[in-house]
Design a protein around this ligand. Structure first.
Ligand code: S3P
Length: 437
């Protein structure tokens, strides 16, 4: 165990490049492996989750290498061309990795055994298995539809029209990736729109994907062609230093090259409503995604009601939003967050307990959190149980940058799953994150 303590500081400063987007990095490795020819990826996130997907794609027969200049090269085998892994495929902590690869494996005619770490083995997989069964795959899973599980891929894959019952880009993407190797058209209908990186990247590799409102159609069995790809910066990671700057006195931090895809940008919208001083500058398109440089300055925040329908566009950002809310004047209400209970941890419970341990008035709801903010008077002084969840750990280290007393998280190793450079960036900006005694 490596506990870490954040001490109060004033003045976070600097300009930093955002780490590569985790969602896009997983998809780049997978689609590169399913394309014919070479895919060169720059800016790939070298976090543990993505490295697990890289290992998995090698097990499926793609060549995945890191080049001397830090770019990655994938040599793909073509749609339907993967081979049976000779051993168990272990995705460690990567929910996106395993769920999307279950889709890929579902329409390849061989058997794959997937597993993951203790956190991933607790997460629900039935949501992915249900549509994939309809495409012809067979599953044997551990109790409750969990990992470890075996996928017997369909020999005669069927296309599917599927309405996703929970807002989930992972379920949508699993069905689309399975549909790649099915004849005919696979259609996914979303009740609430979720991140569209799979759709965008499939097009980038030459597939025909149409999106009409909530209806996404993919023409099956395309020939995907290897393509150059630049991964934009991850807004979900950039959120931590930016919120740290907002809540810490005398700060100004810029994070460059962040994806501002509207289906990922809900946090920025919410922070702006809270009165945050955020400049979104230098908007441009990189690698097919809108990106920008975002500057955050210390701000007097006020509590808001976050519209529940905004949840899919900021689903991973509620932990750090709850920290911002602790420093905002008045009450912040976050609802419609049932999905947070089945992330790397039960994030509603973990945030409620961690905030309470640091003197923040918080109410836990079945589907959300209510935080009573007290600007300038967040006690801190608590030790937070992270449940091995990277975003819980980073959120409370941000809280400790501005609370009266230091804040300790019981474990920080998992931060490397999504943001291996977090401690380095924060230290460079002026934060004091020290190994706990
Ligand atoms: C992701 C989708 C979201 C998100 C996760 C990444 C993706 O999960 O929480 O961090 O890359 O598709 P759900 O699909 O479970 O909502």
């Amino acid at each position: 165990m490596a506990a870490r303590t954040a001490h109060r500081i004033t003045g976070l400063h600097g300009r930093y490049a955002a780490p590569g987007d985790k969602s896009i990095s997983h998809r780049a490795l997978m689609l590169g492996g399913l394309a014919v020819g070479e895919t060169r990826i720059s800016g790939l996130l070298e976090g543990e989750d993505v490295l697990a997907t890289a290992r998995a794609m090698r097990q499926f027969g793609a060549s995945v290498e890191r080049d001397g200049d830090g770019a990655w090269t994938v040599r793909g085998v073509g749609v339907g061309g993967l081979r049976a892994p000779s051993d168990v495929v272990d995705l460690a902590n990567a929910g996106t990795g395993v769920r999307l690869l279950m889709g890929v494996a579902a329409t390849h005619p061989f058997t794959t055994v997937f597993t993951g770490d203790a956190s991933l083995r607790r997460r629900p997989m039935e949501r992915v298995m249900a549509p994939l069964r309809q495409m012809g795959a067979r599953f044997t899973a551990a109790e409750g539809g969990r990992l470890p599980l075996t996928v017997e891929g369909a020999r005669m894959p069927l296309p599917l029209r599927y309405e996703v019952p929970v807002p989930s880009a992972q379920v949508k993407s699993a069905v689309m990736l399975a549909g790649l190797n099915a004849p005919g058209r696979t259609i996914v209908v979303e009740r609430q729109r979720t991140r569209d990186h799979t759709e965008n990247m499939l097009r980038h590799f030459g597939a025909t994907v149409s999106v009409e409102g909530a209806v996404i159609s993919l023409d099956g069995q395309p020939e995907l062609r290897g393509a150059a790809l630049a991964v934009p910066g991850d807004p979900s990671s950039a959120a931590f230093p930016l919120v740290a700057a907002l809540v810490t006195e005398g700060s100004e931090v810029t994070v460059t090259g962040i994806s501002v895809n509207p289906l990922r940008a809900g946090l920025f919208e919410t922070l702006a409503e809270m009165g945050a001083s955020l400049d979104i500058a230098n908007r441009r398109i990189e690698g097919g995604e809108p990106v920008a440089d975002v500057t955050a300055r210390s701000s007097s925040l006020r509590g808001v009601d976050v519209p529940p329908e905004r949840a899919p566009s900021m689903i991973d950002e509620y932990p750090v939003l709850a920290v911002a809310a602790a420093f905002a004047e008045g009450r912040t209400v976050m609802r419609g967050l049932g999905e947070l209970r089945v992330k790397e941890s039960d994030r509603i419970a973990a945030m409620a307990a961690g905030l309470a341990a640091n003197g923040v008035a918080v109410e836990e709801l079945e589907d959300g959190l209510v935080v009573e903010g007290r600007p300038g008077d967040v006690a801190g002084g608590g030790t937070v149980e992270t449940f091995m969840d990277h975003r819980i750990a980073m959120s409370f280290l941000v809280l400790g940058c501005a609370s009266r007393e230091p804040v300790t998280v019981d474990e920080d190793a998992m931060i490397a799953t999504s943001f291996p450079g977090f401690a380095g960036l924060m230290a460079a900006a002026g934060a004091r994150l020290e190994a706990a005694a």
